[in-house]
Design a binder for this molecule. Structure first.
Ligand SMILES: C[S@@+](CC[C@H](N)C(=O)[O-])C[C@H]1O[C@@H](n2cnc3c(N)ncnc32)[C@H](O)[C@@H]1O
Length: 342
């Protein structure tokens, strides 16, 4: 078998807060993406004990493992995955440490860009090649790039034109074919899509998680040092239609319920909607935002099928509460999976 190169170590981890990924409070990241475990990170010491481990050089490990190619079952109506890949996706926890790639240097200007490989992983479960994917909160195009990586067609809607411009810049510099991006408030655009009879096979999105982050992060004496300590961080828009600018969580849940209602007519029957949502900690209380949204989506015809916890290693931690009280460092995000009808 041919030896395969595995990057070591993962110097720039992609995901939320990536520009701040290294912190003295973070765990020491010395991990490699293991081909045997679908690219999941493994500890370097565990890797060295594996029988597929070949050798280390200063910047790489050689791994002799090659996953045997298996064909998907002919009666698979969902996707093109073989059995093991299917089972792997259904696990309720996903741990990743994607390296900086696919124009991440440009995309990280966006406060919440998502790794294209994460989006590809989701899209590949819920669609087959050539099918259509929609992202109503597209940002700098994590979903669209993910769709391009696996040969799906995708449409994004984004309220801020500058993020669409960044997406186009990324595609140009990375040689990725551009997908359809529409600028505007998704609530207006979705009404137009429904009038035009447009139907998508899967909707996957990473909506604004909640009302503005400034109000949900630490306060008091830690505020100066820890709040918004971001180097190349772009502030939110002033657009009142931007869901981030809503004033209360109730307004936010109402707006998201309205979005859900508008998504239903453009999703195929029995199609799936997946949403990446971060829970919040606000005024001394944990808010299970993902769960709330799952409940709200039930009001508009969706069935909650599962919540997958996504942990991107490298999420930073802050000393909230220390040394007086328990305040969580919310380092995971929830991928909620809903279906249109049972
Ligand atoms: C969490 S970010 C999505 C990031 C995206 N997944 C990426 O990889 O870049 C949410 C996006 O929704 C956009 N947004 C907020 N309100 C919107 C609205 N009413 N219609 C469309 N987009 C909106 C924001 O500008 C922001 O870019």
């Amino acid at each position: 078998m041919d030896a395969r190169q595995v990057k070591l170590p993962l110097d720039n981890i992609e995901g939320e807060d990536t520009e701040n990924a290294s912190s003295s409070l973070n765990e020491i990241l010395f991990q490699v993406e293991c081909p045997k475990r679908y690219g999941q990170p493994v500890d370097i010491t565990a890797c060295q004990k594996c029988k597929h481990f070949v050798e280390t050089a200063t910047s790489s490990i050689k791994c002799s493992f090659i996953r045997p190619l298996r064909q998907p079952r002919e009666n698979n109506t969902m996707n093109e995955l073989e059995g093991n890949e299917w089972l792997f996706f259904t696990k309720s926890v996903l741990r990743t440490s994607y390296r900086s790639e696919y124009g991440h240097k440009l995309r990280k200007k966006h406060y919440a860009n998502k790794p294209p490989r994460l989006m590809k992983h989701i899209i590949e479960f819920f669609t087959k090649s050539g099918q259509r994917v929609l992202d109503p909160f597209a940002g700098v195009g994590g979903t669209l790039i993910g769709a391009s990586l696996c040969g799906r067609k995708a449409t994004g809607i984004e309220i801020e034109k500058k993020w669409i411009d960044t997406y186009h810049e990324v595609c140009k510099s990375e040689g990725i074919d551009t997908q359809e991006m529409v600028v505007g408030d998704c609530r207006e655009v979705l009404r137009e899509f429904a009038d035009e009879g447009r139907i998508f096979d899967h909707i996957t999105t990473d909506p604004p998680y909640s009302i503005a982050l400034e109000k949900t992060m630490c306060t008091d004496k830690y505020k100066k040092d820890w709040q918004q300590r971001r180097t190349n961080f772009d502030k939110f828009s002033d657009d009142s239609r931007d869901l981030r600018n809503l004033q209360t969580f109730d307004e936010y849940y109402d707006a998201m319920e309205e979005v859900g209602k508008l998504l239903s007519p453009v999703l195929k029957e029995k199609g799936y909607l997946s949403m990446i949502i971060r829970d919040s900690y606000y005024e001394g209380e944990y808010l299970p935002v993902a769960y709330e949204l799952g409940e709200r989506m039930k009001n508009v015809g969706f069935v909650l099928k599962g919540i997958k916890i996504w942990y991107g290693t490298g999420a930073r931690v802050r000393p909230y509460g220390y040394p007086y009280s328990y305040v969580p460092n919310i380092v995971h995000q929830n991928i909620i999976i809903l279906r249109k009808g049972k």
